[in-house]
Design a protein around this ligand. Structure first.
Ligand code: NAP
Length: 266
């Protein structure tokens, strides 16, 4: 089995990275940054996002596992002191692989006719470089609403505990293959109307955003942000690809929600 390590690059994470590399090599695993079967992420959930984007071209052959060197994470749920246990379980292949849904984002450009497709593990947001974003929202080919406001966010279930949660979105269990659309400060008055509630859409549904005002938009894909010019449309759907995590012990999602947001000693 080949492995790679993604570190947040602070001194504790780098120290653990060196220790993990040594232990895993001692147990006969091969360090391979190009084609790893296991990616050990050491840092936080943000570090896991970086690891995911580094290896998103080989998701079928890669499983991720995360150690947190700060607070408990949703992707990074192993403690540093559990490193040796983790290494032994990896070496003995004593783990299950679980899969979480991803988001596929396709941006079409007007004049060139080109398009670009991205995969997000947490979410994608759209904002305007001007103050107000104005976009028509279509669901499965039917006009749904004209959105005016700060922006829109489409998240995966595992990303629902991140930006989506701050926007008042629901926390979605990652076994539900779905995506969630949330609003950022929509303008609602006698003239302008949006639904106001987060929408949860299943697989095979799609969200199409078409610009009403301005062809240029700031689009984020997880931690990556780009200004896209001359945009014709932005389409969201649940991706065919999934991200795979190595699970060594039971740590139910709702327990992680409880420990992260309510009480980590309870
Ligand atoms: P970052 O500062 O590393 O991430 C922001 C925070 O989001 C960190 O505390 C990170 O946890 C946490 N986080 C990431 N994924 C999460 C998840 N699935 N569930 C719960 N918390 C999660 O910033 P970054 O590296 O640019 O990361 C981009 C992410 O930040 C985006 O995907 C977005 O979800 C999030 N974000 C949140 C807000 C908000 O809540 N208002 C605003 C913008 C962006 P760790 O400390 O463990 O890394």
């Amino acid at each position: 089995m080949k492995f790679s390590i993604q570190s947040r690059n602070d001194s504790l994470s780098n120290q653990l990275m060196e220790a993990a590399k040594g232990y895993l090599t001692d147990f006969g695993l091969v360090f391979d940054e190009e084609e790893p079967n296991i990616v050990v992420s050491i840092g936080g959930d943000g570090t896991m996002l970086h690891g995911f984007h580094k290896y998103k071209h080989r998701l079928e052959d890669t499983a991720f596992v995360g150690i947190h060197t700060g607070h408990l994470g949703f992707y990074a749920d192993w403690k540093p002191k559990e490193l040796e246990k983790l290494v032994i379980s990896l070496a003995r292949k004593e783990f299950n692989v679980i899969e979480y849904p991803l988001l596929e984002v396709t941006i079409q450009y007007r004049h060139s006719g080109d398009s670009a497709t991205y995969l997000a593990m947490n979410e994608s947001t759209v904002k305007s470089p001007e103050v107000t974003l104005v976009m028509d929202v279509e669901l499965n080919g039917e006009h749904f609403e004209r959105f005016r406001g700060d922006g829109l966010c489409v998240s995966t279930p595992s990303g629902s505990t991140a930006y989506n949660k701050a926007l008042g979105g629901a926390i979605i269990h990652p076994s539900l293959s779905s995506m969630q659309l949330t609003e950022m400060a929509s303008i609602n008055n006698r003239v302008f109307r949006t639904v106001g509630s987060p929408l949860v859409l299943p697989e095979h549904h799609n969200i199409l955003l078409t610009p009403v005002k301005g062809p240029d938009f700031m689009v984020t894909i997880d931690h990556l942000q780009l200004l896209h010019k001359d945009v014709k449309s932005i389409e969201y759907k649940v991706a065919a690809e999934k991200v795979r995590f190595a699970r060594f012990r039971s740590f139910p999602f709702w327990k992680r929600v409880h420990d992260s947001f309510i009480d980590d000693n309870g």
